[in-house]
Design a binder for this molecule. Structure first.
Ligand code: ADP
Ligand code: MG
Length: 729
């Protein structure tokens, strides 16, 4: 029996029972996190104060205190049965990495003890030679090390009976260059925080801190594990490279917000419990548009924490799924012809005075602060659409952005009709009358119940990659497998850059004697004029928009190798290095790493296609051919006339034709890969993989394989079919 049929018979026996407990979330929330109340209980006054200062103001913790903190953390962890610790970090491979060490050690005199000192807490040297580094380590012959990030709390990760203390860290080369997502993210957040406080202080001197916030929405598919394991393409690349669309697909759209299947529901409650223990504030769970597709979303948090929590959740989900004999598919496009998965990044700015800067206030003054940040964001996106596009580029996300699917590769901003009118108003009606006096500002009429109107009017357009949704922006083009940090580094950096320039321009006007509010409005007006090309309210998936966007001069880059060019421009180098987020070398290294990641993924998929075609598809098709041929032969021998086996002959012919094409194309694709592999320049090689391997062969080979699936005897087809993976409950 093939794996497919084994899996199908096992599936019938699956009960769907879960071992999840029904308890209040608050009873377990944060149980496995070294939260501040635990820090209070386990640390000395001194240690606690120093930790707080470090979290709040990024103050360095000195070695002595670090040792106190380390033993406090160890005492807490041991009280929970932990024996090992690890520095947890986010290398550029997309997954997280860790190396588990025991607290157990032997002193120089031979005494065995349990120990976790300050030095071990602060810094580790993982053997990291296998992590991507874009040539940085190679040229400097330097080792990488991980360094504690006190702003993200330590947590205990439970795998089966084992419990490990995880210390969130950044990962840098020996020469200080960042090799992960967290280090540049922290720098980007810090520079935006500073720039935003400076601008916010025009309006309110009490604001001393501005914190970017992130609430992601994680989409994913869940299918039966045994069926997934019978698909080598899913196992190796996370997506199906072949598979004919099921008769009952998404057309009916009865899945969206429908009831969640029992088995999946049990799984959800189970992983949610695990997530709560880790302090991940999950709140919503629901079905998505496609069959077997779901979404999880938390309450928003500070960006750094939200990013860690997303990465952790992806791991937790995949691990917990095993207990339920399910498989989570986080890939952006696991199934062709069916909605892909994204990870909307809801993003806003919060002040330490408790204000959401993107919530339009009721009074003209709070409206002006809102407008200032709102317009600066639009300007930042307009001026740096290419950088944003690069931040979400990946081989797997190309299946969404590059195809005519949600969302498009063109970065535009949706603000809704009401705010569009407000912007037009400022641009035209008020015109150059700003120099009159404060009344001119009040006459903007902005206080006209914006908040109420917004909530009704903003969220209508689901085709925009970057939409204002009432009190936050929603960056919808982020891929479901992505580390949000990549998009967040870009977004927070471009806004920091824009705000710094904004402040310089406003200060300049003020210096020339213009009133503050008037100066602000004048620059806002200028920014609206400069960046209105990026505003778009229509259907982002339409062909008309592609044409229109081209006319407006907006970039529309459909493939990753070209989208990544935005990292190599002088503009990007200047922007990121001025902010201290990336040095030129770091940016170049990242560019190279992303290109490598891309071409490796395409290379693997090409190989998988070849293997599956030759080892699974063709053998089945050929033996079915034999059956047909034998049938025709015997009918003929028995004296039947030609007409009575015409159908068999036709079928035989069609199958033969597909087989010939598949065989030839697989061979040609292998040759194309060899040619691409010989190219030394990584960018040219990535482009070759895109244009000469993927674009030339993937769809064509798939077309013929999917035709065969529809023609060949179902009983002998070895790969689980779409209808089995997607529609079984
Ligand atoms: P939808 O599915 O309609 O896009 P959801 O309600 O599922 O919306 O998700 C909204 C997301 O926005 C949640 O993750 C929530 O935490 C997040 N969010 C709400 N307010 C903010 C904010 N001020 N900053 C960042 N994220 C926010
Ligand atoms: Mg959303």
């Amino acid at each position: 029996m093939s794996l497919r049929f084994n899996a199908l018979s096992e599936l019938a026996a699956e009960s769907g029972a879960g071992n999840e407990a029904t308890q209040k979330v608050t009873a377990i929330f944060g149980e496995n996190v070294f939260t501040l109340d635990k820090a209070r209980a386990f640390l000395s006054d001194e240690g606690y104060k120093s930790l707080i200062a470090s979290i709040k103001n990024g103050k360095k913790i000195d070695r002595n205190l670090a040792s106190q903190i380390a033993s406090g953390i160890r005492a807490w962890a041991e009280s929970k049965g932990v024996t090992h610790y690890t520095h947890w970090f986010q290398p550029l491979t997309g997954a997280t990495a860790e190396k588990h060490d025991s607290f157990f050690t032997i002193k120089s005199d031979g005494t065995p003890i349990e120990e976790f000192d300050g030095a071990t807490l602060i810094q580790q040297e993982p053997d990291a030679s296998s992590f991507p580094n874009g040539g940085i380590r190679a040229t400097f012959e330097a080792r990488g090390y991980t360094a504690w990030d006190p702003s993200s709390p330590a947590f205990i990760y439970e795998v089966a009976a084992g419990k490990t203390l995880c210390i969130p860290t950044i990962f840098v080369s020996y020469t200080g260059e960042s090799l992960d997502y967290k280090a540049p993210l922290l720098k980007a957040l810090e520079s935006l925080g500073k720039a935003a406080v400076d601008v916010a202080n025009y309006f309110d001197k009490n604001i001393t801190r501005v914190t970017p916030t992130l609430g992601w929405e994680q989409e994913y598919f869940v299918i039966d594990e045994a069926l997934a394991n019978a698909r080598p393409d899913l196992v190796q690349s996370g997506r199906t490279v072949f598979g004919a669309a099921p008769a009952k697909g998404q057309q009916l759209e009865d899945h969206y917000f429908g009831s969640i299947p029992e088995r999946v529901y049990a799984f959800m409650r189970d992983f949610e419990n695990e997530a709560y223990k880790l302090g991940i504030p999950l709140r919503t769970r629901h079905n998505e548009v496609a069959p077997s597709q779901f979404e999880a979303a938390p309450i928003f948090e500070e960006v750094n924490i939200a990013v860690d929590h997303n990465i952790l959740l992806m791991e937790v989900m995949s691990r917990v799924a095993k207990r339920h004999k399910l498989k989570v598919l986080l890939h952006e496009k696991p199934f062709a012809g069916i909605n892909g998965s994204g990870k909307h990044n809801n993003w806003s700015l919060a002040t330490d005075t408790g204000v959401n800067l993107l919530a339009p206030g009721k009074t003209p003054k709070t409206n002006l602060i809102f407008l200032t940040f709102f317009v600066n964001i639009i300007k930042a996106v307009h001026d740096n659409a290419d950088i944003l596009r690069a931040s979400i580029a990946s081989a797997s996300n190309d299946h969404r952005l590059g195809a005519n699917e949600a969302p498009p590769a063109i970065i535009s901003v949706f603000v809704g009709k009401y705010l569009n009118d407000v912007l037009n108003d400022i641009e035209t009606r008020v015109g150059d009358k700003f120099d009159e006096q404060d009344e001119a500002i009040l006459k903007l009429d902005l206080h006209k119940s914006i908040p109420e109107l917004l909530l009704d009017n903003t969220d209508r357009n689901r085709t925009s990659p970057f939409a204002f949704t009432g009190n936050k922006f929603e960056f919808r083009a982020v891929g479901s497998t992505a580390n949000c940090a990549n998009a967040m580094i870009a977004l927070n950096s471009i806004l920091a850059d824009t705000l710094i320039k904004f402040k310089a321009e406003v200060d300049d006007l003020i210096g020339k004697g213009t009133k503050k509010e008037v100066a602000i409005l004048q620059i806002i007006q200028k920014y609206i004029v400069d960046s209105k090309a990026v505003l778009f309210e229509g259907d982002g998936y339409s062909e008309a928009w592609e044409k229109e966007a081209e006319k407006r001069g907006l970039p529309n880059v459909k493939t990753t190798p070209l989208a990544l060019d935005a990292l190599a421009t002088d503009k990007a180098k200047k922007l990121f290095s001025d902010l201290g987020v990336y040095t030129h070398r770091e940016l170049e290294a990242r560019h190279e790493i992303e290109l490598e990641n891309y071409l490796k993924k395409v290379q693997i998929e090409g190989r998988i296609m070849g293997d599956l075609a030759l080892n699974h598809i063709l053998p089945v098709a050929v033996s079915y051919q034999n059956k047909l041929a034998a049938n025709i032969k015997s009918l003929k021998e028995l004296g039947f006339d030609e007409a009575s086996y015409a159908a068999q002959k036709d079928l035989l012919k069609r199958i033969s034709d597909h087989i010939q094409v598949i065989y030839t194309k697989v061979h040609e694709m292998t040759e194309a890969r060899k040619i691409a592999n010989a190219i030394t320049d990584v960018r040219t090689r990535a482009i070759a993989y895109e244009s000469q391997v993927k674009a030339k062969f993937f769809d064509e080979i798939r077309y013929h394989v999917d035709k065969l699936e529809a023609l060949v005897d179902d009983e002998s087809w070895t790969l689980p079919k779409y209808r089995e993976m997607l529609l079984l409950r």
